[in-house]
Write a protein that binds this ligand. Structure first.
Ligand code: ISJ
Ligand code: GLN
Length: 867
């Protein structure tokens, strides 16, 4: 028997791929995905109905999915509302889910209203018609054991349920209301609102047509699997209806180009040669294979390394200070919390990675909206020749991700069993705005700058520190097998003979005197004293929280990660072209140089994903606790969304106390919403049935806060996977070839911006946040930082709890000296710190304001820290 075919109509929800996965795995079906507003199927077009019916005929059944907004707004439901009203001869069996459910209710004459308080990520016992034989005909809940399900909605169906007296409820709850004869209720949830019980319709069927619908989310990780029986029952009913009504079907594949598939289901009708980012596989970048000076950078390199013991007193910045004076660019991924975690099983941030000689490496840069990327490299050996740069033009359909993938794949190096997590390869950052471009949100005003949204350096010389083993590995990718050796010996010699290596106490003294000489001599301390700090206005922030809650109440979002930025303006220590002095902290003085700010932040707030980055005109100093995505060369992708924050205090100082605060429905729901969103992102690249949640809502301890995290894992389709579709055509082979190429980079590209920084559904939430946050760029904040190495592995953190500045954001101001009243001109630099938190229906404005200021406190504190 051929596989069932289902059409899923997607209303731009961040849970859609989870539903497609559920349908594919529980029904062994092929599921095609069609957005609610495909350009080829416009309701105003003259032959729309005919086109729609001929499309539906190709499927055994249709699912109308969840989504932001209201079923009363045509723009929010698009195509959905037309499937209910087709002529009887053209009907197809349909299952509506959430927004799809509400759309069916509206088509039957029901009214949609706002719940007293939205129920997002709330898990409730479903009261369903399991024992109603008289409803047996089409009762998809019949015989289903009790189960709990996750809800994600602000709106509900009013079918007159409130007017039924309590003592009539049991007898009437499964009866069609007299004024809405087409609606047969099949399931309810009862929500205790304190002074009354709200009755919320959770399931229905249409009296005469083949339509069923669920208000809850059957695909959520917290909906009990017992509930999956409802999906099976629905599909049996759909098949029965098709058979009994001799519904005409059309086995030919559709030619609609808006239709897509998750990877690894069978191939009919899927886009050929296009991956999740719309790359066309056959449309390669000629630049990558050209022999231009930059395109051949790092090709045919071999790996060499030497490992030495790391003395206990040596820290990551010490190593950089020994090896990297007088440089402009830096990339340091610093697990500053690792030392604290050395005892015990917690290996978050086990490694630190220092890129060496970043000035001399190749950098690839891209700015959103551009149709090209730039490769650049400086020539320190021949400074008179200046920097080299090449423009790499995109042809239609090409993206920066494809360029990176091609460049990366050509530089593959195999790793041995005991290799470091990073051998060399890409390291860098992306901005929040790069992520917005990927999901089609491009509402930003004309940009007043020319900064890159992505800057990756191809790092060939690096150091990996294993904090658990206490070792340091010096490694190089170099053209000849043994060419690296001389260099690694030289670096080891330099480390071992440096004064601080062998003698911790003496070294500390030496380090200070030695490096003090690097401090620009002409910088009077008074200049630094007055940093102007502009923090968000507390009342305004609270009012923004309330605006978010209005959008949540109207059904436009389920959760919004609201953020704001603090700006610190102070006299400039570093101009764009200058090297970055590695000045140590000076006792009794606040940090001045970027390096001192980094040293200060890492000791104030040691974090597993800290970093110091100077690249592409940006300086980023981060103490991020949040891993975004880690992937292995063989396709295991692990994401670690973080939601739920408690500040450490005398009242909350132990893990048990924090757990008591965080294991409450509000916090768990916030985290669950992002877990389901991340599952969707991963399903989109890994395919149906390939995503699991090994950890849900685990509380972890950090330097100044406790955080709740979850772990979501996806397995990319492997090369040798069985495809149960037996049809072997040339086209299928090509598609399989294409899918084989999926790597962690595809997951990275498909998952930005990080869901924990947007809220859900991602696209609509980002549009709303853009409006509420005043259209300002978040820039590096809410982007990601990390690496993907030459062996195919990667690790990325979310850029939070950090400060950043751009070299081009300096200006001249005139200041008046206090002692003589004279004005003098000086250059100022501006640092930015983003902070925020997830707003839900259950948030309070004061609570969110406090959370934002708590998160701001750590990074902001470095400006008046005294070493
Ligand atoms: C928005 C921030 O943090 C995000 C929001 C969190 C929350 O709402 O609990 C937790 C971690 C981050 O994903 C921030 O640090 O500025
Ligand atoms: N998940 C959904 O489909 C939600 C539907 C609708 N936007 C609501 O909030 O009620």
């Amino acid at each position: 028997m051929s596989k069932p075919k289902i059409l899923f109509i997607d209303a731009y929800d961040s849970f859609s791929n989870n539903i497609v996965s559920l349908l594919t795995t529980t029904l062994q079906a092929d599921v095609d995905i069609l957005p609610i507003d495909p350009p080829e199927l416009q309701p105003q077009a003259p032959n729309f109905t005919q086109k729609l019916t001929s499309l539906l005929r190709r499927y055994d059944a249709v699912v109308c999915g969840p989504g932001p907004g209201s079923p009363d707004l045509p723009h929010d439901v698009g195509l959905m509302r037309y499937v209910w009203d087709l002529e009887p001869a053209h009907l197809a069996p349909v299952l509506g889910i959430c927004l799809g459910f509400q759309s069916l209710v509206v088509s039957c004459g029901g009214i949609i209203k706002k719940l007293k308080t939205g129920l997002h990520g709330m898990i409730r016992e479903i009261d369903h018609a399991a024992e109603q034989p008289y409803l047996n005909e089409g009762n998809i809940f019949y015989g289903v054991p009790p189960f709990k399900a996750t809800l994600y909605h602000s709106l509900y169906a009013d079918i007159g349920q409130e007017s039924i007296p309590a003592n009539d409820w049991t007898a009437s709850k499964w009866c069609s209301p007299a004024h809405l004869p087409d609606i047969v209720p099949l399931a309810w949830v009862y929500e205790n609102r304190g002074d009354y019980i709200e009755r919320i319709l959770m399931g229905m069927k249409h009296k005469t047509r083949p339509f069923w619908a669920l208000q809850y989310h059957p695909e959520s990780i917290c909906t009990e699997p017992t509930g999956h029986q409802v999906i099976k029952n629905w599909f049996s009913e759909a098949v029965r209806w098709n058979r009994e009504n001799r519904r005409p079907t059309d086995p030919s594949p559709t030619s609609l180009s808006s239709i897509s598939r998750l990877p690894k289901s069978s191939t009919h009708g899927a886009k050929s040669g296009l991956d999740c980012n719309g790359h066309n596989a056959s449309n390669h970048f000629p630049w990558v294979n050209s022999n231009s000076q930059l395109a051949s950078f790092g090709l045919n390199h071999h790996y060499g390394s030497r490992t030495i013991k790391l003395p206990i007193h040596i820290e990551v910045p010490d190593i950089v200070e020994i090896l990297q004076g007088n440089r402009q660019d830096f990339i340091i991924l610093d697990s500053a919390s690792a030392k604290a975690n050395r005892i015990g099983a917690d290996v978050r941030g086990r490694y630190s990675i220092i890129a060496l000689d970043v000035d001399e490496t190749l950098k690839l840069e891209y700015r959103t909206g551009d149709k090209y990327a730039t490769a650049r490299c400086s020539r320190p050996q021949k400074p008179s020749l200046g920097d080299v740069s090449e423009m790499i033009h995109f042809s239609p359909g090409q993206t920066i991700w494809q360029l990176l993938a091609e460049f990366w794949t050509k530089r593959r190096v195999t790793s041995s069993e005991d290799s470091a997590p990073f051998l060399g390869g890409f390291m860098g950052f992306t901005t929040y705005e790069l992520g917005l471009e990927g999901i089609g949100v491009t509402a930003h005003q004309e940009r007043q700058h020319n900064r890159p949204d992505l800057c990756f350096a191809w790092v060939t010389k690096s150091i990996v520190i294993d904090h658990t083993k206490g070792t340091l590995r010096i490694q190089q990718l170099s053209p000849g097998e043994s060419e690296g050796n001389g260099w690694t010996d030289f670096i080891i010699e330099k480390l071992l003979t440096s004064p601080i290596w062998s003698d911790g106490l003496r070294a500390d003294f030496n380090k200070r005197t030695q490096l003090n000489q690097l401090t620009p001599p002409s910088t009077p301390d008074s200049i630094f004293a007055k940093a102007q700090i502009q923090v968000p206005d507390a009342d305004e922030y609270e009012s923004k929280v309330r605006q978010c809650q209005d959008f949540i109440a109207s059904g436009d979002s389920y959760e919004l990660c609201l953020t704001d930025q603090t700006h610190i303006t102070r006299s400039s220590i570093l101009s764009a072209t200058e090297s970055c002095p590695l000045t140590p902290l000076e006792p009794g003085k606040p940090p001045q140089t970027p390096w001192q700010l980094y040293r200060s932040l890492r000791s104030r707030q040691p974090a597993p994903f800290g970093s110091f980055i100077r690249l592409g005109g940006a300086t980023l100093i981060s103490s991020s606790p949040e891993r975004f995505l880690e992937f292995s060369a063989d396709g295991l992708c692990s994401m670690r969304p973080m939601k739920g924050t408690v500040r450490k205090s005398s009242a909350v100082s132990t893990l048990a106390q924090a757990e008591a605060i965080l294991h409450v429905p509000k916090e768990e729901a916030e985290n669950l919403m992002i877990v389901d969103l991340v599952r969707h992102d991963l399903h989109g690249v890994c395919g149906p049935g390939r995503v699991d949640v090994p950890k849900l809502n685990i509380v972890e301890e950090y330097a100044s806060v406790f955080q709740m995290i979850s772990v979501v894992e996806g397995r990319l389709p492997a090369n040798d996977d069985d495809n149960d579709d037996k049809i072997s055509t040339k086209k299928k082979k090509e598609e399989e070839e294409e899918e084989k190429r999926k790597t962690g980079l595809d997951v990275l590209a498909a998952s930005l911006p990080p869901g924990s920084m947007t809220g859900s559904p991602k696209k609509r939430s980002c549009e709303i946040l853009h409006e509420i946050e005043g259209g300002r760029e978040r820039s590096l904040y809410s982007g990601v930082v990390g690496y993907m190495d030459a062996a195919g592995r990667g690790d990325w953190s979310v850029t939070i709890r950090s400060l950043f500045r751009w070299d081009d954001e300096t200006r001249k101001t005139t200041t008046t000296a206090a002692n003589n009243g004279q004005g003098h001109e000086q250059e100022v630099e501006v640092w930015h710190i983003g902070a925020g938190g997830a707003v839900t229906a259950l948030s309070t404005a004061e609570g969110e304001r406090d959370e934002m200021f708590t998160k701001l406190k750590g990074p902001l504190g470095v400006f008046d820290d005294e070493a």
